[in-house]
Design a protein around this ligand. Structure first.
Ligand SMILES: N[C@@H](CCC(=O)N[C@@H](CS)C(=O)NCC(=O)O)C(=O)O
Length: 216
């Protein structure tokens, strides 16, 4: 059976888990990294020389790391023409939003993690959060403008383009103090909330009250 190595609340694990939930395929997830440890074990390093999460492993020994590559692979293998667009332009646009999200939107993650998990109430800084909100706002402005004409990131249906941006959207909409309003992102978030796989793998994993571990 397909295996995913990684604790279920790592930002990069979350997007792969949500993807797997949407695909509806069987898999086994192994608690790894963070408090579970194991990243430096030589056998794990052979699968993923970075010692990071997630890592995909298939029954025949094929392994893959980098969460975006894992999402693309899973969608191409199990959902070509649906989650993975077949049309080259549609696919390139999905790639564009995936890369953009991981390279830009994801910069908000460390601040969210510091604020809710890594720092004590006394240490955490509203000013640092406010500065991060200021930096992220132009990015969510771009997303908001895009979503004015698109129900999902990749167009009129859920695609692989949604997994990186959609998982960060929960942190932004639900957990960001004093964020500005982005009506189209908020409407997109409502559409995501209606999806059982999003509830199971994103909402539960992101919620500070249910998180058991600190992310590094
Ligand atoms: N670019 C990599 C980043 C991988 C990464 O840094 N993952 C974090 C968790 S989200 C990690 O492994 N942290 C160490 C740990 O949790 O033990 C990816 O997208 O897969």
């Amino acid at each position: 059976m397909l295996k995913i190595w990684g604790r279920n609340d790592g930002s990069n694990v979350i997007k792969v888990m949500w993807c797997l939930g949407e695909l509806g395929i069987e898999f086994e997830r192994i608690d790894w990294g963070g408090p579970f440890g194991g990243n430096d074990e030589p056998e794990y390093r052979r699968k993923n020389p970075n010692g990071r999460l997630p890592t995909l492993e298939e029954e025949d020994g094929f392994t893959l790391w980098e969460s975006g590559a894992v999402v693309r692979y899973l969608c191409a293998k199990h959902s070509m023409g649906n989650l993975c667009p077949e049309d080259p332009r549609e696919r390139a646009s999905a790639d564009k939003w995936m890369d953009w999200s991981s390279l830009n939107l994801a910069n908000f993650n460390p601040v969210y993690l510091d604020y809710y998990f890594r720092l004590s109430e006394a240490e955490r800084s509203d000013a640092v959060m406010a500065a991060a909100v200021k930096n992220a706002t132009p990015l969510f402005d771009i997303l908001d403008a895009h979503l004015a004409d698109n129900a999902y990131i990749g167009g009129n249906r859920l695609t692989m383009a949604d997994f990186p941006a959609g998982s960060i959207t929960d942190r932004w909409i639900q957990w960001t103090p004093n964020r500005p309003s982005h009506p189209n992102v908020e409407a997109y978030y409502e559409r995501l909330l209606a999806r059982p796989a999003y509830q199971e793998h994103v909402i539960k994993a992101n919620a500070p009250r249910t998180r058991q571990v600190q992310e590094r």
